[in-house]
Design a protein around this ligand. Structure first.
Ligand code: CDV
Length: 320
């Protein structure tokens, strides 16, 4: 067997999924949905041209990150939400997925009518390469408050969204199991562990993180570190690939962090965005690395002690 044949044989035995992170620059409030969806379609085309099979867009990719504002008028607020996915203006993205034969995950603000009432969720949909819905996730960890706190950054997600009610689902994407997460979810180890225990091999994550917070300016220099740290730990400790797409650049006067990346189950950043603008980052993810990392340290079935971890599920915070 020639060395090329050995290489080809090794490749055919190794399973890969080519991932794309579609970071966006700012989406200003003045931008129309048609204009923004056009940008996303262009990013998807670039991802597909680079060989990607699955792409992820940021949290609330269709609009400005409006929870930075103290808004009361319902019609003004609901202009940021989607009542149908796909709807007339988002349909071109689904058509592009089918045309390009690429899947994607899209974060957006969702209005749904359930249990006899109108409900608002911070949502991410996973769409297959046929343009069909594969699965839906609704953000679990909703940060901020319902009213502004004096002198600190306004972050009113809890006014605009209720916590997710769909658990931490994992969906089949071809032969790969994919979980979804949104922004603040990435800071909580429970997110990754729940997705891992549900069988995820790849987690797609979208986020909107301000580059500075008035609560603690002394920590501003750590914003990027605190962005990557929990995702790298989450990937390593749960032996998963993570593809995380940020909103970046100055959006309606607020600088958004960026730092979109693809992280391996080793905890290493395999690919990283270098701009604070629309950018596509691609990496051919070696899925066999998952089992290698499991073999080295994380044979869960053998070593985990679930009976000893009951407090994690029963108690929210420390009791002194
Ligand atoms: N969109 C978010 O969930 N943002 C939060 C912060 C900044 C409140 C985050 O964890 O990045």
């Amino acid at each position: 067997m020639t060395s090329q044949q050995v290489h080809q044989r090794k490749n055919s035995m190794t399973r890969y999924l080519t991932l794309a992170v579609c970071q966006t620059g700012p989406v200003q409030r003045t931008a129309s949905r048609v204009e923004t969806v056009g940008r996303l379609v262009h990013l998807l085309e670039r991802a597909a041209a680079a060989g990607a099979e699955l792409a992820v867009f940021p949290e609330m990719a269709l609009t400005t990150f409006f929870p930075r504002w103290d808004l009361d008028d319902d019609s003004e607020i609901e202009a940021f939400y989607e009542q149908a996915m796909p709807g007339p203006t988002t349909r071109p993205l689904f058509d592009a997925a089918r045309r390009l034969s690429i899947g994607f995950a899209l974060g957006y603000s969702e209005i749904s009518f359930e249990e006899g009432r109108k409900r608002r969720f911070n949502t991410m949909d996973l769409v297959g390469p046929d343009g069909g819905l594969v699965g839906r996730y609704r953000k679990m960890h909703i940060p901020g408050g319902e009213t502004p706190r004096n002198g600190t950054t306004t972050h009113l997600e809890r006014r605009y969204f209720e916590p997710g009610n769909l658990g931490f689902p994992v969906f089949p994407f071809g032969s790969v199991r994919v979980g979804l997460a949104l922004c603040n979810d990435r800071r909580w180890p429970e997110t990754y562990r729940m997705l891992c225990l549900n069988g995820a091999q790849v987690v797609l994550l979208g986020y909107n993180t301000p580059a500075a917070l008035k609560e603690a300016p002394s920590l501003d220099h750590l914003r990027m570190f605190h962005n990557h740290l929990p995702m790298q730990a989450g990937a390593y400790q749960n032996t998963i690939w993570i593809a995380a797409a940020a909103k970046a650049g100055v959006e309606d006067g607020q600088a958004m962090l960026g730092g979109s990346c693809i992280i391996a189950p080793t905890g290493e950043i395999a690919a990283l965005a270098i701009s604070v603008d629309d950018e596509v980052v691609v990496h051919r993810a070696d899925l066999d690395l998952i089992t290698t990392c499991q073999r080295v340290n994380f044979d869960f079935a053998q070593y985990r002690r679930p009976a000893e971890y009951r407090l994690i599920a029963e108690q929210a915070g420390p009791v002194f």
